[in-house]
Design a protein around this ligand. Structure first.
Ligand code: HEC
Ligand code: HEC
Ligand code: HEC
Length: 277
């Protein structure tokens, strides 16, 4: 019921049209109740932190079992059981994913101080962890922990007009191409006008990073000195009518700013949008 049919196009060198070579793959979506354990419904990524606790507790139980330290093994096994059972409290639909029998076996072996049986039970429980992870881990991370650009708006400097993120992207693309077309046709002053606009729109784009990023390093990475110097070269190329410099600097700017950000933000956002129920 939480499944979404996702058409994965397998290209294999075959043309896109007609869906030739397309293969269907089912992607399991998590129950909607999971959302309350993630931002923005929750202040923290509660679910993810419960998972980190489980891994730490299982490690502690294993290590103290090997050391034969009974009190510390009991302490961590108790915490582990509590967190493990909390999975079904947080997401009741996932109750069936829990292995109550092996949890009981684990608790028994811990009380008996039987390391060998403790390790065996831990291994069995671990198989259940893996099976849920195989099915849901990637989709949950994509749905709940990748940045969402659908509500990000950008204010245009000067006019103060507000655009959606997507509208700004289309404008950036149009400006880049307008520069290229004008330059190819020897209309360099038109190209320079478009470059001015591109610079100012990239500046506006840079203003929205702070919605999510607390420091300046991410902005520097895509819109910082590398991009700025490529754009300065582009300007010089257009002024000096140096086609080679124009081509090279334009390619660099497109990689430093556009392609690098798309690899980080756009692809993940696209996948997230595809997965949304
Ligand atoms: C009912 C499903 C389910 C079960 C059972 C489950 N997990 Fe998870 N686990 C998840 C999901 C979903 C994620 C992805 C969370 C995210 O990325 O925000 C996850 C992520 C994790 C992560 C973080 C992975 C990483 O590499 O960043 C750890 C560690 C983890 N789980 C440990 C465990 C352990 C240990 C157990 C068993 C004792 C367990 N989980 C059982 C669903 C489950
Ligand atoms: C909707 C929220 C959001 C917006 C808006 C956003 N980012 Fe990000 N960005 C993230 C998140 C979340 C990550 C994952 C790593 C992290 O938390 O820093 C990330 C990762 C990155 C990374 C790679 C890892 C790092 O931290 O260096 C870069 C570079 C980056 N963003 C640049 C930018 C730039 C530049 C802008 C503005 C033009 C921007 N981002 C706007 C949320 C956002
Ligand atoms: C800070 C990150 C970032 C930078 C820098 C960036 N983009 Fe994007 N771009 C995105 C994201 C995120 C999307 C997806 C937006 C959406 O689908 O709503 C996107 C989508 C696009 C799209 C598709 C829009 C559509 O119609 O779906 C185009 C075209 C585009 N970008 C062009 C560019 C160009 C050209 C540049 C460089 C001059 C650039 N982008 C720089 C993050 C960025």
């Amino acid at each position: 019921m939480y499944r979404l049919c996702c058409l994965l196009l397998v290209f294999m060198g075959i043309s896109l049209s007609g869906g030739v070579g397309a293969a269907e793959k089912w992607v399991a979506l998590p129950p909607a109740s999971l959302a309350q354990w993630y931002k923005p419904q929750n202040e923290r990524q509660v679910w993810l932190h419960a998972m980190f606790s489980l891994r730490r507790e299982i490690q502690a139980v294993t290590e103290y079992a090997a050391l034969g330290d009974q009190p510390l093994m009991e302490k961590w096994a108790g915490q582990f059981a509590k967190h493990y059972l909390s999975i079904a409290e947080m997401v009741p639909e996932w109750k069936d994913e829990l292995d109550y029998e092996w949890l009981e076996q684990l608790q028994l072996a811990v009380r008996q101080g039987n390391s060998e049986r403790v390790l065996h039970a831990v291994k069995k429980i671990g198989q259940g962890c893996n099976s849920c992870h195989r099915e849901y881990r990637a989709t949950v991370a994509l749905l709940y922990r990748t940045p969402d650009f659908s509500n990000i708006n950008v204010k245009q400097s000067g006019s103060g007009e507000v655009q959606t993120y997507k509208e700004l992207m289309r404008e950036l693309s149009a400006l880049v191409n307008r520069i290229k077309i004008a330059s190819d046709d020897g209309r360099n002053s038109q190209a320079l006008d478009s470059l001015d606009q591109l610079n100012s729109r990239l500046h506006d784009l840079g203003e929205v990073c702070a919605n999510c990023h607390k420091d300046d390093a991410p902005k520097e990475r895509f819109l910082g000195s590398l991009t700025q110097s490529a754009l300065a070269d582009l300007k010089r190329g257009l002024e000096q009518e140096d086609q080679k410099l124009v081509g090279r600097s334009m390619g660099s700017a497109a990689v430093y700013a556009c392609a690098r950000c798309h690899a980080v933000h756009r692809s993940l956002y696209d996948v997230r949008e595809q997965l949304k129920p």
